[in-house]
Design a binder for this molecule. Sequence first.
Ligand code: GRG
Length: 281
Amino acid sequence: MLIEKYIQEKSHLVDKRLKELIPLNPGSLQKELFEAANYSLHSGGKRLRPILVFAALETFHEDPNVALDIACAIEMIHTYSLIHDDLPCMDNDDMRRNKPSLHKAFSEWIALLTGDYLLTYSFEVIANSHLSDAKKVKIISVIAHKIGAFGLIGGQYVDLSSENEKADWNKLEFMHINKTASLFSACLECSAIIADRNESEIRSLQNFGKNLGFAYQIVDDILDYETNDEEKATAVSILGFEEAKLKAEELFEKALSSLSTLPLSTDLLKNLANMLIKRKS
Ligand code: GRG
């Protein structure tokens, strides 16, 4: 199946399940919270993280549907991080995905609470999913770690705390790996847990996720370079345009070679990685 068709089909499943998990509840006192969550969850996100969960499961010859709720929970976490990142006290972005960011469309306190709600609810969704208790505990532990001080939040902290400092590659690498690659890795690791894979296979997938996520973020910097005049540390501002392109290519190759140790056909993950890195927008 063409990778574009695969993505479209899986995105549709995620959209549908997210609507079931967070209905609008029009008669409720907190209905605005559900409207806000739906505004951000259904505003054109590419659903890359859920698709990584599914693609890794297919690689292990497991039914991807068993992980639908885990994939949706991860998309909720991704959405929370974008909502909070856009807030005036963080990146202060008025727009997200060509639409007003949540605090502009609703209000700042609603955006803050909606992010909190999506984050806490994601763990409830995982805990209530139909996996064994042992797998759910492992998944909760992996995700919580990868979005905490040694992952997403740590990366965001270093980003915000070094805003007025001179750009430096080591710091940028730390930020990109923690803000972007850690959640990519978490997706793949969750699938490996569900499929009962061994430690060495989990490590291969972690390396794939880390290098792919890092490369993805550098490609994002490259694409931003033409459209963005913001004074921000990016791979392009530190390495220059051509070097940044070479770095993304090198990380992409590293990501692919991490897969070569898996005793399975990894074409789906490779095709997906290829599409993410060669994208034009
Ligand atoms: C607020 C705890 C906290 C963390 C924020 C995720 C993040 C950290 C900041 C958002 C801005 C940023 C540069 C994130 C890096 C990750 C990234 C590339 C996000 C965009 O992901 P896509 O391309 O977005 O998957 P869509 O819109 O398709 O969902």
